[in-house]
Design a protein around this ligand. Sequence first.
Ligand SMILES: [Zn+2]
Length: 208
Amino acid sequence: MSSHPTPGVLEVITGPMFSGKSEELIRRLKRARIARQRVACFKPDIDLRYHRTAIASHSSQTHEAITVANVERLREALYPQLDSIEVVGVDEVQFFDPGIIPLAVELIALGKRVIMAGLDTTFAAEPFGPVPNLMAISDTVTKLSAVCMVCGASAIHTQRLGQSQELVVVGAAGLYEARCRMHFHPFLDEHASEQLELAAVLESPGTN
Ligand SMILES: [Zn+2]
């Protein structure tokens, strides 16, 4: 490699839960591997879904990933092997601290292709962690939508159904649903069971 590498790129893949973000990240990493590029993939320690050493999509696609507690640990894992790495993937990037932003800038300057996937908004529809900033400095943003579990329309929101006060309980099946703007109700947690029943009624054909 030249001592003056050409700048890399940052690709952000975002959208609500169940929109296929991890699947799209895995697809891009696999394509890079087929092109004989060397790939390193990371995810935060918080994701207990399916595997501790792989990223997984809801459609059961997986890709090897190194689980790290924070951005500092990510740096420690990545930098010793950085010269031999061409593509850096990060999944569930919304859970990383703001240090992920300067790290992305550094990697771009070193000529790396950086692909980061994560939620753009919380269950309260607020911008999620470093993702908005990453979108702002990225070369491309792929904003995916899911399918509203009430009406089948395109969904940009993650609806929390349970009572958890955590920002997102990753992979907690049944606690979250994708919802369109019309069926997104961020602050109805105390009526979660009624909501579930309502959703079941509304899901029957011919309504809405
Ligand atoms: Zn809907």
